[in-house]
Design a protein. Structure first.
Length: 319
């Protein structure tokens, strides 16, 4: 087989690609040491999750005799590495203009100090999310099971971490974090969304929550729900505008529902049934459902009957 490989042809292929790198395209830049590192961000995120849930996600690469000392080292190490990645990311921020390397380091340090000061607040919100999951899911055996096994809480945890960095105007890194959560859980929450306490995602696969979505307290969302924009044909001209819906307090949204548009508001205590498609506001205390589906039965003897499905109060298009 090796006789078939001609070194000159391989070198020609390499040179062809190198020549293409000089084509002036944005993707030609090969400055690999001065851009955010996906693997490093994932490691930082995993360490932040260990900080948020001490004792639940242990790093087994080293022996721990004194947990307090170990967590002190973990927090300091995470601060150090996040500081480095934020300084690199600031080079991508259009709003800050041109910054020198020293200015980016100073700004990164300020951001990291503010972010780590927010961790108690992140943990306060996550404690409410944890109890919302336990209270809202009869299949939950205990609180620790939810922390260790529920993709909804993991996606929410990563969102709440990334959201604080987003509020501090850190470029790129918050999105890398939530897209990592997306790849792990199937739940896509943009770090710019605003989500209140006691938020519960049940099952979760296929959920999409857009950048300008606003979600109140005590909201429960099932799998396949989209809180999206009516249209993105305007492209960058829509950047910074309210494109995604507002969900008030105590709303439940069942599986497969799509709620679209920046002017769409779902009022308090509303219940949105499965597979509904909503592009205008819904009043408070309203129950929305698709017209009852019809079941069709045919037997081997060619007997035929139809029956309208009547969802009960306890069963409303959920799993």
């Amino acid at each position: 087989m090796h006789e078939l490989i001609k070194e000159s042809e391989v070198e020609k292929a390499v040179q062809t690609i190198f020549n293409d790198y000089n084509g002036g395209k944005h993707i030609d830049n090969i400055d690999i040491y001065n851009r955010p590192d996906q693997a490093e961000i994932q490691t930082i995120l995993q360490n932040l999750i260990r900080v948020v849930y001490p004792g639940h996600f242990r790093d087994r690469t080293h022996k721990i005799y004194n947990p307090k000392n170990s967590f002190a080292v973990l927090i300091e190490d995470t601060f150090y590495h996040l500081h480095k990645q934020v300084a690199i990311a600031l080079d991508y921020c259009k709003l800050r203009g041109s910054m020198t390397s020293d200015e980016r380091k100073i700004e990164s340090y300020r951001i990291c100090k503010e972010f780590f000061a927010k961790i108690p607040q992140i943990r306060e919100f996550l404690e409410t999310d944890l109890h919302a999951a336990y209270d809202g899911d009869p299949a939950a055996g205990c609180l620790d099971e939810i922390i260790l096994a529920y993709p909804g809480l993991m996606a929410t945890t990563i969102f709440r971490i990334a959201h604080e960095l987003y509020l501090l105007h850190v470029p790129v890194l918050p999105r890398l974090m939530t897209e990592y959560a997306h790849s792990k859980t199937g739940i896509d929450i943009h770090p710019g969304a605003s989500i209140g306490k006691y938020f519960f995602i049940d099952h979760g696969t296929g959920i999409v929550i857009g950048e300008t979505a606003v979600i109140g307290k005590n909201v429960k969302i099932y799998q396949g729900v989209t809180l999206g924009a009516l249209s993105t044909r305007g492209g960058q001209r829509l950047s910074g505008k309210k494109r995604h819906p507002t969900i008030r307090d105590n709303v439940t949204i069942y599986a497969g529902a799509s709620i679209l548009g920046g002017e769409t508001v779902i009022g308090e205590n509303a219940v949105i049934g499965g597979n509904t498609f909503i592009t205008s506001s819904i009043d408070a205390n309203t129950r929305v459902s698709m017209k009852n589906p019809e079941m069709d039965y045919r037997t081997a003897s060619n007997q035929h009957r139809t029956e309208e499905v009547q969802p009960s109060e306890e069963w409303f298009y959920i799993i």
